[in-house]
Design a binder for this molecule. Structure first.
Ligand SMILES: O=P(O)(O)OC[C@H]1O[C@H](OP(=O)(O)OP(=O)(O)O)[C@H](O)[C@@H]1O
Ligand SMILES: Nc1nc2[nH]cnc2c(=O)[nH]1
Length: 123
């Protein structure tokens, strides 16, 4: 059910001791199709920051010392009071392609029938 609770079902193996991918010093862009309550983005940023901190410790650095930057791109940002807020430093790199009123957006992949039915309905 949307807007209730974020559940982590998949994640990239960034933080693990066996990870081959270094996040340190990178500019990382999180991409999502819609920012609604903002809970998903806040959760994703928190998880990513945990991985960055883990790698910093593994590299013998202090937290934040790697100057790794996180940015966000969303196709739609719903203009509404958000349930959760992102850190200011991340909002400086927050890029919505479009801002929309607080309405439910119906994406092609939400379609339960054949995509051609969706195309007809959209005409
Ligand atoms: O700002 P929020 O209120 O958190 O909503 C935004 C999230 O909702 C949608 O995911 P959804 O929960 O439908 O999961 P899914 O994309 O994995 O189906 C969308 O992909 C965003 O990640
Ligand atoms: N499909 C869809 N998923 C969402 N998740 C949060 N808001 C929305 C929305 O407007 N449409």
């Amino acid at each position: 059910m949307p807007g209730v609770q974020v559940t982590k079902t998949q994640w990239l193996n960034f933080g693990g001791a066996d990870s081959l991918v270094s996040l340190l010093g990178r500019k990382i862009l999180i991409v999502d199709e819609v920012d609604d309550s903002r809970k998903t983005l806040v959760y994703a940023v928190a998880e990513l920051l945990k991985d960055i901190r883990t790698q910093e410790i593994q590299a013998g650095m202090q937290p934040g010392e790697s100057n790794t930057e996180i940015g966000i791109f969303v196709v739609y940002n719903k203009e509404k009071p958000k349930a959760e807020e992102l850190p200011e430093a991340i909002m400086r790199n927050y890029y919505p392609a479009a801002t929309t009123p607080d309405r439910w957006l119906f994406f092609p992949w939400d379609c339960t029938t054949d995509i051609s039915v969706h195309t007809e309905l959209s005409k």
